[in-house]
Design a protein around this ligand. Structure first.
Ligand code: PLP
Length: 378
């Protein structure tokens, strides 16, 4: 079946007693055993819950994996993916990655639990140079955050697998409808379901999806021992949000394209990052690797931070807030908000300037979004 049909019908078969059309919420911590040795399928909600399992099965299917864990947040999912690695190993990571991922990896490095090199993963020479005898994995975000840089996943996994490295991709920015990293050989996919998958800014959640049985056992074990699994009600909300994922992604993208085109022509805008623009350096690759360009746009305002700040204060439809992927449009300032964990000198090297703004373009009427930015820039 087409993923769209699967999204709409997910969970319809789990209620054998009453044949409910929507997924029931199994709001229970524990389940009665049939007798001392035999559980009836579920024992305890940290180990497994039918509502959460419906979401996990759907995510595994959409991403092309064999199993998944739905977690309490995107960062919990990232922690589980990292738990698959042994202590002390070295990994390579996209240099403009999610701020929280940077904070966690930098912290684990300070504690001596991991070693990390942040780099442009699309640069073969830099990659080759960064490899050490202890390197075990590559952490990739494509498109990256907030600069929307695209990395060639097949080329990256070919490089990684020839050296026995695991590839982990954060697919939050596109969702499995617009990009399936496992089709290009990626081993683990993580999501913050807080963003597009749930899509309504009313849940914090995450997921890890495994490509093979061995990795699936490892993530299931990490989830049940660490315990950062998603609550049944939140899993149900994500499932409900996902029913309209295809409609929302199409609307996000149409609006993002209009906004990016408007910004690209505006005299007060220094540059725009959106792979959907034909002038974007990642356009050709994104077109080949993705099924759409998504709803995230970033741009630099001429006149430095003072001018950028004015824009942030003036938008009315775009709400000044962290996060992304919800139906409502948001505007943020990566340097002081989502990427504040990165030291200023590191941000400068990477290109996360003080006058860079990030938009999560929502599904409102296009003309209202463009008009809002127009008045904010005036
Ligand atoms: C938000 C986000 C995360 C973290 O997810 P939470 O649900 O906030 O814990 C990780 N990666 C990316 C790309 C994100 O946007």
């Amino acid at each position: 079946m087409d993923p769209v049909t699967r999204l709409v019908h997910a969970g319809q078969d789990i209620d054998r007693a009453y044949r409910s059309v929507t997924t029931p919420i199994y709001q229970t911590s524990t389940f009665r055993f049939e007798d001392v040795e035999r559980a009836g399928g579920y024992e305890y909600t940290r180990l497994g819950n039918p509502t959460r399992h419906t979401l996990e099965a759907l995510l595994a299917e959409l991403e092309g994996g064999v199993g998944a864990v739905a977690t309490a947040s995107g960062m919990a999912a990232i922690s589980i993916a990292l738990a698959v690695l042994e202590a002390g190993v070295h990994l390579l990571c996209t240099r403009d990655c999610y701020g929280g991922t940077y904070r966690l990896l930098a912290h684990l490095q300070r504690q001596g639990k991991l070693e990390v090199t942040f780099l442009d993963l699309g640069d073969p020479a830099a990659r080759e140079e960064a490899i050490k005898p202890t390197t075990r994995a590559i952490w990739v975000e494509t498109p990256s955050n907030p600069l929307l840089r695209t990395t060639d996943l097949s080329e990256l996994t070919a490089f990684a697998h020839s050296r026995g490295l695991l590839v982990i991709a954060d697919n939050t920015f596109l969702s499995p409808l617009l990009q399936r990293p496992m089709d290009f050989g990626v081993d683990l996919v993580v999501h913050s379901t807080t963003k597009y998958l749930n899509g309504h800014a009313d849940v914090v959640g995450g997921a890890v999806i495994a490509r093979n049985e061995e990795l699936n056992r490892a993530i299931q074990f990490a989830a049940k021992t660490g315990g950062a699994v998603q609550a049944p009600f939140d899993a149900w909300l994500v499932l409900r949000g996902m029913k309209t994922l295809h409609l929302r992604m199409a609307a996000h993208e149409e609006n993002a394209r209009a906004v990016a085109q408007f910004l690209a022509r505006h005299p007060k805008v220094e540059r725009v990052h959106y792979p959907g623009l034909e002038t974007d350096p990642g356009h050709t690759l994104a077109k080949r690797q993705q099924r759409g360009f998504g709803g995230m746009v970033s741009f630099a305002v001429r006149g430095g931070q003072a001018e950028a700040r004015k824009v942030l204060q003036r938008t009315r439809v775009f709400a000044l807030a962290e996060s992304l992927g919800g139906v409502e449009s948001l505007i943020g300032h990566p340097a002081t908000m989502s990427h504040a964990a990165m030291p200023p000198e590191y941000r400068r090297v990477v290109g996360i300037d003080d006058h860079l703004l990030r938009l999560s373009v929502g599904i409102e009427a296009r003309q209202d979004l463009v008009a809002d930015l127009e008045q904010a820039l005036a």
